[in-house]
Design a binder for this molecule. Structure first.
Ligand SMILES: [Zn+2]
Length: 457
Protein backbone atom coordinates (compact mmCIF):
# COMPACT_ATOMS: atom_id res chain seq x y z
CA UNK A 1 0.00 0.00 0.00
CA UNK A 2 3.02 2.30 0.18
CA UNK A 3 2.69 3.42 -3.42
CA UNK A 4 -1.01 4.08 -3.14
CA UNK A 5 -0.41 6.32 -0.15
CA UNK A 6 2.45 8.08 -1.88
CA UNK A 7 0.43 8.94 -4.98
CA UNK A 8 -2.58 10.05 -2.94
CA UNK A 9 -0.43 12.17 -0.67
CA UNK A 10 1.37 13.82 -3.59
CA UNK A 11 -1.83 14.97 -5.23
CA UNK A 12 -3.48 16.05 -2.00
CA UNK A 13 -0.37 17.94 -1.03
CA UNK A 14 -0.31 19.91 -4.24
CA UNK A 15 -3.76 21.24 -3.50
CA UNK A 16 -3.78 21.44 0.27
CA UNK A 17 -0.34 21.37 1.82
CA UNK A 18 -1.75 22.09 5.27
CA UNK A 19 -4.59 19.60 5.42
CA UNK A 20 -2.59 17.22 7.60
CA UNK A 21 -1.76 19.96 10.08
CA UNK A 22 -5.43 20.94 10.25
CA UNK A 23 -6.50 17.37 10.81
CA UNK A 24 -4.48 17.37 14.01
CA UNK A 25 -6.64 20.22 15.24
CA UNK A 26 -3.99 22.89 15.28
CA UNK A 27 -4.00 24.31 11.79
CA UNK A 28 -1.14 26.17 10.16
CA UNK A 29 0.65 28.95 12.02
CA UNK A 30 -1.16 32.08 10.95
CA UNK A 31 -0.41 35.79 11.22
CA UNK A 32 -3.18 37.95 12.65
CA UNK A 33 -3.19 41.67 11.95
CA UNK A 34 -6.18 43.95 11.50
CA UNK A 35 -4.49 46.23 8.97
CA UNK A 36 -3.34 43.42 6.67
CA UNK A 37 -6.59 41.46 7.00
CA UNK A 38 -8.66 44.54 6.25
CA UNK A 39 -6.65 45.25 3.11
CA UNK A 40 -6.89 41.63 1.92
CA UNK A 41 -10.64 41.76 2.54
CA UNK A 42 -10.84 44.91 0.43
CA UNK A 43 -8.85 43.14 -2.31
CA UNK A 44 -11.05 40.05 -2.24
CA UNK A 45 -14.55 41.45 -1.73
CA UNK A 46 -15.23 42.58 -5.34
CA UNK A 47 -13.70 39.38 -6.73
CA UNK A 48 -15.90 37.19 -4.53
CA UNK A 49 -18.93 39.23 -5.56
CA UNK A 50 -18.07 38.75 -9.24
CA UNK A 51 -17.72 35.01 -8.55
CA UNK A 52 -21.13 34.89 -6.86
CA UNK A 53 -19.51 33.89 -3.56
CA UNK A 54 -20.14 37.07 -1.54
CA UNK A 55 -22.56 35.32 0.81
CA UNK A 56 -20.19 32.49 1.75
CA UNK A 57 -18.20 34.55 4.27
CA UNK A 58 -14.90 33.45 2.72
CA UNK A 59 -11.86 34.60 4.71
CA UNK A 60 -8.31 35.26 3.58
CA UNK A 61 -5.86 33.80 6.08
CA UNK A 62 -2.19 34.83 6.18
CA UNK A 63 0.22 31.98 6.88
CA UNK A 64 3.50 32.50 8.66
CA UNK A 65 5.71 31.27 5.84
CA UNK A 66 8.23 33.24 3.77
CA UNK A 67 7.89 31.06 0.65
CA UNK A 68 5.54 32.10 -2.14
CA UNK A 69 2.30 30.17 -1.81
CA UNK A 70 -1.46 30.58 -1.98
CA UNK A 71 -4.12 27.88 -1.95
CA UNK A 72 -7.62 26.90 -0.96
CA UNK A 73 -8.09 23.96 1.37
CA UNK A 74 -11.66 23.86 2.63
CA UNK A 75 -13.99 25.94 0.48
CA UNK A 76 -14.32 28.77 2.96
CA UNK A 77 -10.81 30.14 3.30
CA UNK A 78 -8.10 31.35 0.92
CA UNK A 79 -4.66 30.89 2.43
CA UNK A 80 -1.81 33.22 1.47
CA UNK A 81 1.75 32.97 2.74
CA UNK A 82 3.21 36.26 3.88
CA UNK A 83 5.99 35.48 1.40
CA UNK A 84 3.49 35.88 -1.45
CA UNK A 85 2.52 39.30 -0.11
CA UNK A 86 6.17 40.35 0.23
CA UNK A 87 6.85 39.22 -3.35
CA UNK A 88 3.87 41.13 -4.76
CA UNK A 89 5.02 44.67 -5.39
CA UNK A 90 1.63 45.94 -6.48
CA UNK A 91 -1.91 45.30 -5.21
CA UNK A 92 -2.75 44.05 -8.69
CA UNK A 93 -0.20 41.22 -8.47
CA UNK A 94 -1.57 39.71 -5.26
CA UNK A 95 -5.15 40.44 -6.34
CA UNK A 96 -4.40 38.34 -9.44
CA UNK A 97 -3.35 35.42 -7.25
CA UNK A 98 -6.47 35.86 -5.10
CA UNK A 99 -8.60 35.91 -8.27
CA UNK A 100 -7.01 32.64 -9.43
CA UNK A 101 -7.67 31.02 -6.04
CA UNK A 102 -11.25 32.32 -6.13
CA UNK A 103 -11.47 30.57 -9.50
CA UNK A 104 -10.70 27.29 -7.72
CA UNK A 105 -13.38 28.01 -5.11
CA UNK A 106 -16.00 29.03 -7.65
CA UNK A 107 -15.28 25.94 -9.75
CA UNK A 108 -15.64 23.65 -6.74
CA UNK A 109 -12.26 22.21 -7.72
CA UNK A 110 -11.47 20.75 -4.31
CA UNK A 111 -14.59 18.62 -4.20
CA UNK A 112 -14.09 17.55 -7.82
CA UNK A 113 -10.49 16.61 -7.18
CA UNK A 114 -11.52 14.57 -4.16
CA UNK A 115 -13.99 12.69 -6.34
CA UNK A 116 -11.25 12.01 -8.87
CA UNK A 117 -8.98 10.86 -6.07
CA UNK A 118 -11.58 8.51 -4.67
CA UNK A 119 -12.09 7.06 -8.15
CA UNK A 120 -8.36 6.74 -8.64
CA UNK A 121 -8.05 4.98 -5.32
CA UNK A 122 -10.69 2.47 -6.29
CA UNK A 123 -8.94 1.84 -9.59
CA UNK A 124 -5.65 1.56 -7.78
CA UNK A 125 -6.97 -0.94 -5.27
CA UNK A 126 -8.33 -3.07 -8.08
CA UNK A 127 -4.96 -2.85 -9.79
CA UNK A 128 -3.22 -3.81 -6.56
CA UNK A 129 -5.51 -6.79 -6.05
CA UNK A 130 -4.91 -7.96 -9.60
CA UNK A 131 -1.19 -7.49 -9.12
CA UNK A 132 -1.22 -9.32 -5.83
CA UNK A 133 -3.09 -12.20 -7.46
CA UNK A 134 -0.48 -12.41 -10.17
CA UNK A 135 2.25 -12.35 -7.52
CA UNK A 136 0.68 -15.20 -5.63
CA UNK A 137 0.32 -17.14 -8.88
CA UNK A 138 3.96 -16.42 -9.66
CA UNK A 139 5.12 -17.63 -6.26
CA UNK A 140 3.02 -20.79 -6.58
CA UNK A 141 4.40 -21.64 -9.98
CA UNK A 142 7.79 -21.87 -8.32
CA UNK A 143 9.57 -19.70 -10.83
CA UNK A 144 11.35 -16.76 -9.24
CA UNK A 145 11.29 -14.46 -12.24
CA UNK A 146 8.63 -14.67 -14.97
CA UNK A 147 5.20 -14.39 -13.46
CA UNK A 148 6.35 -12.74 -10.27
CA UNK A 149 7.77 -9.87 -12.33
CA UNK A 150 4.58 -9.72 -14.33
CA UNK A 151 2.81 -9.17 -11.01
CA UNK A 152 4.99 -6.16 -10.24
CA UNK A 153 4.32 -4.73 -13.68
CA UNK A 154 0.58 -5.14 -13.19
CA UNK A 155 0.85 -3.09 -10.02
CA UNK A 156 2.98 -0.26 -11.36
CA UNK A 157 1.62 0.29 -14.85
CA UNK A 158 -1.96 1.30 -13.88
CA UNK A 159 -0.59 3.51 -11.11
CA UNK A 160 1.43 5.44 -13.64
CA UNK A 161 -1.63 5.84 -15.87
CA UNK A 162 -3.73 7.00 -12.91
CA UNK A 163 -1.04 9.42 -11.78
CA UNK A 164 -0.89 10.96 -15.25
CA UNK A 165 -4.67 11.19 -15.40
CA UNK A 166 -4.76 13.02 -12.08
CA UNK A 167 -1.99 15.40 -13.10
CA UNK A 168 -3.66 16.27 -16.39
CA UNK A 169 -6.93 16.73 -14.49
CA UNK A 170 -5.18 19.09 -12.08
CA UNK A 171 -3.63 21.00 -14.99
CA UNK A 172 -7.09 21.41 -16.48
CA UNK A 173 -8.30 22.84 -13.17
CA UNK A 174 -5.42 25.32 -13.16
CA UNK A 175 -6.36 26.54 -16.64
CA UNK A 176 -9.97 26.83 -15.55
CA UNK A 177 -8.93 28.83 -12.47
CA UNK A 178 -6.85 31.16 -14.68
CA UNK A 179 -9.79 31.72 -17.00
CA UNK A 180 -12.22 32.30 -14.12
CA UNK A 181 -9.73 34.62 -12.41
CA UNK A 182 -9.34 36.79 -15.52
CA UNK A 183 -13.12 36.88 -15.88
CA UNK A 184 -13.58 38.11 -12.28
CA UNK A 185 -10.87 40.74 -12.72
CA UNK A 186 -12.39 42.02 -15.94
CA UNK A 187 -15.88 42.05 -14.44
CA UNK A 188 -14.56 44.26 -11.61
CA UNK A 189 -12.70 46.63 -13.95
CA UNK A 190 -9.25 45.35 -12.98
CA UNK A 191 -6.29 44.28 -15.05
CA UNK A 192 -5.11 40.67 -15.10
CA UNK A 193 -1.60 41.91 -15.79
CA UNK A 194 -0.43 41.29 -12.20
CA UNK A 195 -1.66 37.71 -12.31
CA UNK A 196 0.13 37.18 -15.61
CA UNK A 197 3.32 38.82 -14.29
CA UNK A 198 3.32 36.64 -11.19
CA UNK A 199 2.75 33.38 -13.05
CA UNK A 200 5.22 34.29 -15.77
CA UNK A 201 7.84 34.86 -13.09
CA UNK A 202 7.44 31.23 -12.08
CA UNK A 203 8.19 30.01 -15.59
CA UNK A 204 11.31 31.96 -16.39
CA UNK A 205 12.71 33.29 -13.15
CA UNK A 206 15.90 31.26 -12.72
CA UNK A 207 15.75 31.86 -8.98
CA UNK A 208 12.42 30.06 -8.83
CA UNK A 209 13.57 27.37 -11.21
CA UNK A 210 16.59 26.75 -8.98
CA UNK A 211 14.29 26.55 -5.97
CA UNK A 212 12.94 23.13 -6.87
CA UNK A 213 11.08 23.01 -3.57
CA UNK A 214 9.06 26.18 -4.01
CA UNK A 215 5.56 25.10 -2.96
CA UNK A 216 3.64 27.27 -5.37
CA UNK A 217 5.69 26.06 -8.30
CA UNK A 218 5.05 22.47 -7.24
CA UNK A 219 1.30 22.87 -7.03
CA UNK A 220 1.21 25.20 -10.03
CA UNK A 221 3.12 23.71 -12.89
CA UNK A 222 3.45 26.56 -15.40
CA UNK A 223 3.92 25.10 -18.83
CA UNK A 224 4.66 27.79 -21.41
CA UNK A 225 1.31 27.17 -23.16
CA UNK A 226 -0.61 27.94 -19.99
CA UNK A 227 1.21 31.23 -19.46
CA UNK A 228 0.80 32.11 -23.14
CA UNK A 229 -2.95 31.44 -22.94
CA UNK A 230 -3.14 33.56 -19.79
CA UNK A 231 -1.27 36.41 -21.48
CA UNK A 232 -3.63 36.35 -24.43
CA UNK A 233 -6.70 36.47 -22.17
CA UNK A 234 -5.21 39.20 -19.99
CA UNK A 235 -4.13 41.40 -22.90
CA UNK A 236 -7.52 41.18 -24.58
CA UNK A 237 -9.11 42.96 -21.60
CA UNK A 238 -9.86 46.69 -21.86
CA UNK A 239 -8.25 47.05 -18.40
CA UNK A 240 -4.84 45.57 -19.28
CA UNK A 241 -3.07 48.92 -18.82
CA UNK A 242 -5.08 50.01 -15.79
CA UNK A 243 -2.82 50.94 -12.87
CA UNK A 244 -3.51 50.48 -9.18
CA UNK A 245 -5.02 53.47 -7.40
CA UNK A 246 -2.16 55.35 -5.63
CA UNK A 247 -4.02 55.26 -2.28
CA UNK A 248 -4.36 51.47 -2.58
CA UNK A 249 -0.70 51.16 -3.56
CA UNK A 250 0.23 53.09 -0.40
CA UNK A 251 -1.86 50.75 1.78
CA UNK A 252 -0.16 47.82 0.07
CA UNK A 253 3.29 49.31 0.70
CA UNK A 254 2.38 49.94 4.37
CA UNK A 255 1.24 46.34 4.80
CA UNK A 256 4.45 45.01 3.28
CA UNK A 257 6.56 47.34 5.43
CA UNK A 258 4.76 46.10 8.53
CA UNK A 259 5.09 42.42 7.57
CA UNK A 260 8.77 42.91 6.78
CA UNK A 261 9.43 44.65 10.10
CA UNK A 262 7.59 42.04 12.16
CA UNK A 263 8.65 38.92 10.28
CA UNK A 264 12.06 39.49 8.74
CA UNK A 265 15.53 39.81 10.23
CA UNK A 266 16.49 43.36 11.14
CA UNK A 267 19.30 43.54 8.57
CA UNK A 268 16.82 42.46 5.87
CA UNK A 269 14.40 45.17 7.00
CA UNK A 270 17.10 47.83 6.74
CA UNK A 271 18.18 46.49 3.37
CA UNK A 272 14.64 46.83 2.06
CA UNK A 273 14.11 50.15 3.84
CA UNK A 274 17.46 51.92 4.30
CA UNK A 275 17.65 54.76 6.82
CA UNK A 276 17.99 57.17 3.90
CA UNK A 277 14.48 56.18 2.76
CA UNK A 278 12.06 58.63 4.37
CA UNK A 279 8.87 57.40 2.74
CA UNK A 280 5.93 56.61 4.99
CA UNK A 281 6.31 52.80 4.58
CA UNK A 282 10.04 53.00 5.36
CA UNK A 283 9.37 55.09 8.47
CA UNK A 284 6.69 52.57 9.51
CA UNK A 285 9.17 49.70 9.16
CA UNK A 286 11.84 51.63 11.08
CA UNK A 287 9.47 52.44 13.96
CA UNK A 288 8.33 48.82 14.27
CA UNK A 289 11.78 47.29 14.14
CA UNK A 290 13.03 49.87 16.67
CA UNK A 291 10.32 48.87 19.18
CA UNK A 292 10.83 45.16 18.52
CA UNK A 293 14.52 45.51 19.28
CA UNK A 294 13.92 47.12 22.62
CA UNK A 295 14.41 50.85 22.10
CA UNK A 296 10.98 51.94 23.32
CA UNK A 297 11.84 55.61 23.75
CA UNK A 298 13.13 56.01 20.18
CA UNK A 299 10.27 53.89 18.81
CA UNK A 300 7.66 56.09 20.51
CA UNK A 301 9.25 59.23 19.06
CA UNK A 302 9.12 57.66 15.59
CA UNK A 303 5.52 56.53 16.03
CA UNK A 304 4.52 60.02 17.20
CA UNK A 305 6.05 61.35 13.99
CA UNK A 306 3.83 58.96 12.01
CA UNK A 307 0.75 59.97 14.00
CA UNK A 308 1.49 63.61 13.23
CA UNK A 309 1.40 62.79 9.51
CA UNK A 310 -1.79 60.68 9.71
CA UNK A 311 -3.63 61.44 12.98
CA UNK A 312 -6.59 59.25 12.02
CA UNK A 313 -4.66 56.14 11.03
CA UNK A 314 -5.86 53.57 13.61
CA UNK A 315 -2.83 51.34 13.09
CA UNK A 316 -0.34 54.01 14.20
CA UNK A 317 -2.23 54.33 17.51
CA UNK A 318 -2.43 50.54 17.73
CA UNK A 319 1.34 50.35 17.25
CA UNK A 320 1.89 52.95 19.96
CA UNK A 321 -0.30 50.98 22.36
CA UNK A 322 1.31 47.66 21.46
CA UNK A 323 4.83 49.06 21.93
CA UNK A 324 3.88 50.43 25.36
CA UNK A 325 2.06 47.25 26.38
CA UNK A 326 4.93 44.99 25.38
CA UNK A 327 7.37 47.48 26.90
CA UNK A 328 5.74 46.81 30.28
CA UNK A 329 3.65 50.01 30.42
CA UNK A 330 0.02 48.77 30.18
CA UNK A 331 -1.48 51.87 31.88
CA UNK A 332 0.09 54.13 29.26
CA UNK A 333 -1.07 51.80 26.48
CA UNK A 334 -4.75 52.30 27.34
CA UNK A 335 -5.23 55.77 25.80
CA UNK A 336 -3.66 55.00 22.38
CA UNK A 337 -5.49 51.66 22.21
CA UNK A 338 -8.83 53.32 23.00
CA UNK A 339 -8.13 55.69 20.13
CA UNK A 340 -7.19 52.79 17.84
CA UNK A 341 -10.39 50.92 18.74
CA UNK A 342 -12.51 53.99 17.99
CA UNK A 343 -10.72 54.78 14.70
CA UNK A 344 -10.84 51.17 13.52
CA UNK A 345 -14.59 50.91 14.12
CA UNK A 346 -14.09 48.46 17.02
CA UNK A 347 -11.76 46.00 15.32
CA UNK A 348 -11.89 42.95 17.63
CA UNK A 349 -8.16 42.17 17.54
CA UNK A 350 -7.42 45.73 18.67
CA UNK A 351 -10.13 45.45 21.33
CA UNK A 352 -8.29 42.38 22.61
CA UNK A 353 -5.10 44.44 22.92
CA UNK A 354 -7.03 47.09 24.83
CA UNK A 355 -8.50 44.40 27.08
CA UNK A 356 -4.98 43.10 27.67
CA UNK A 357 -3.79 46.59 28.65
CA UNK A 358 -6.75 47.08 31.02
CA UNK A 359 -6.13 43.68 32.66
CA UNK A 360 -2.38 44.29 32.72
CA UNK A 361 -2.67 47.39 34.92
CA UNK A 362 -3.69 45.31 37.97
CA UNK A 363 -6.21 48.08 38.64
CA UNK A 364 -9.53 46.51 39.67
CA UNK A 365 -11.38 49.64 38.56
CA UNK A 366 -10.83 48.45 34.96
CA UNK A 367 -12.04 44.86 35.46
CA UNK A 368 -15.69 45.28 34.44
CA UNK A 369 -14.76 47.37 31.41
CA UNK A 370 -12.16 44.79 30.36
CA UNK A 371 -14.74 41.99 30.61
CA UNK A 372 -17.29 43.94 28.56
CA UNK A 373 -14.76 44.79 25.81
CA UNK A 374 -13.28 41.30 25.66
CA UNK A 375 -16.67 39.60 25.54
CA UNK A 376 -17.70 41.82 22.64
CA UNK A 377 -14.40 41.05 20.90
CA UNK A 378 -14.53 37.23 21.25
CA UNK A 379 -18.11 37.24 20.00
CA UNK A 380 -16.97 38.73 16.67
CA UNK A 381 -13.47 37.26 16.42
CA UNK A 382 -13.94 33.61 17.24
CA UNK A 383 -10.52 32.20 16.39
CA UNK A 384 -8.05 34.26 18.45
CA UNK A 385 -7.21 32.55 21.78
CA UNK A 386 -5.68 35.74 23.23
CA UNK A 387 -9.17 37.21 23.77
CA UNK A 388 -10.18 34.28 25.98
CA UNK A 389 -6.84 34.25 27.82
CA UNK A 390 -7.31 37.89 28.82
CA UNK A 391 -10.98 37.29 29.64
CA UNK A 392 -9.95 34.46 31.98
CA UNK A 393 -7.56 36.81 33.79
CA UNK A 394 -10.23 39.49 34.12
CA UNK A 395 -12.76 37.00 35.57
CA UNK A 396 -10.09 35.62 37.91
CA UNK A 397 -9.43 39.11 39.23
CA UNK A 398 -13.13 39.51 39.86
CA UNK A 399 -13.24 36.18 41.73
CA UNK A 400 -15.59 34.58 39.16
CA UNK A 401 -13.72 31.27 38.85
CA UNK A 402 -16.44 29.47 36.89
CA UNK A 403 -16.22 32.02 34.06
CA UNK A 404 -12.42 32.13 34.40
CA UNK A 405 -12.16 28.33 33.92
CA UNK A 406 -14.57 28.44 30.99
CA UNK A 407 -12.59 31.21 29.26
CA UNK A 408 -9.30 29.36 29.87
CA UNK A 409 -10.88 26.22 28.41
CA UNK A 410 -12.00 28.17 25.33
CA UNK A 411 -8.47 29.58 24.89
CA UNK A 412 -6.93 26.10 25.14
CA UNK A 413 -9.52 24.77 22.68
CA UNK A 414 -8.61 27.45 20.12
CA UNK A 415 -4.91 26.70 20.55
CA UNK A 416 -5.73 23.10 19.64
CA UNK A 417 -4.86 21.83 23.12
CA UNK A 418 -7.98 19.70 23.51
CA UNK A 419 -6.73 17.84 26.59
CA UNK A 420 -6.25 21.00 28.66
CA UNK A 421 -9.50 22.39 27.23
CA UNK A 422 -11.46 19.34 28.42
CA UNK A 423 -9.86 19.41 31.89
CA UNK A 424 -10.63 23.10 32.41
CA UNK A 425 -14.14 22.76 30.99
CA UNK A 426 -14.85 19.80 33.31
CA UNK A 427 -13.78 21.90 36.27
CA UNK A 428 -15.87 24.85 35.00
CA UNK A 429 -18.93 22.55 34.86
CA UNK A 430 -18.60 21.82 38.58
CA UNK A 431 -18.62 25.56 39.32
CA UNK A 432 -21.70 26.48 37.23
CA UNK A 433 -25.26 25.55 38.09
CA UNK A 434 -26.38 22.68 35.82
CA UNK A 435 -28.07 23.89 32.64
CA UNK A 436 -26.95 27.53 32.86
CA UNK A 437 -25.41 29.04 29.68
CA UNK A 438 -21.89 28.75 31.13
CA UNK A 439 -22.45 25.09 32.03
CA UNK A 440 -23.75 24.37 28.50
CA UNK A 441 -20.71 26.02 26.88
CA UNK A 442 -18.36 24.07 29.15
CA UNK A 443 -20.25 20.87 28.36
CA UNK A 444 -19.87 21.58 24.62
CA UNK A 445 -16.09 21.69 25.04
CA UNK A 446 -16.00 18.53 27.17
CA UNK A 447 -17.89 16.61 24.48
CA UNK A 448 -16.34 18.32 21.44
CA UNK A 449 -14.05 16.46 19.10
CA UNK A 450 -12.54 18.62 16.34
CA UNK A 451 -12.06 22.36 16.56
CA UNK A 452 -15.03 24.24 15.14
CA UNK A 453 -12.73 26.14 12.80
CA UNK A 454 -11.05 22.98 11.53
CA UNK A 455 -13.98 20.99 10.20
CA UNK A 456 -13.46 20.13 6.60
CA UNK A 457 -16.45 20.24 4.29
ZN1 LIG B 1 -4.19 27.09 -8.84
Amino acid sequence: MTKLTAVTAAVALAIAPISSASAQGKGPPTIRDTEAEQLLRDYTRPILRAAGLEKQNIQVVIINDSAFNAFVADGRRIFVNYGAIMQSETPNQIIGVLAHETGHLAGGHLAKLREQLAQAQTQMIIAMLLGAGALVAGARSGSNSGLANAGVAAVTAPQEVIRRTLISYQRQQEENADRAGVKFLTATGQSARGMYETFKRFTNDSLFAAHGADPYLQSHPMPAERVAALEEMARSSAFWDKKDDPALQLRHDMMRAKISAFMERQDTVYRRYPMSNESLPARYAHAITTYLHGDLRSALAQIDGLIQLQPNNPYFHELRGQALLEGGKPAEAIAPLRKAVALSNNAPLIEMLLGQALVGTDNKAYTEEAIAILRAAVARETEAPIGYTQLAMAYGRKGDFAQADLASAQAAFLRGDNKTARELASRAKTRFAVGTPGWVKADDIVSAKPMPGQKSN
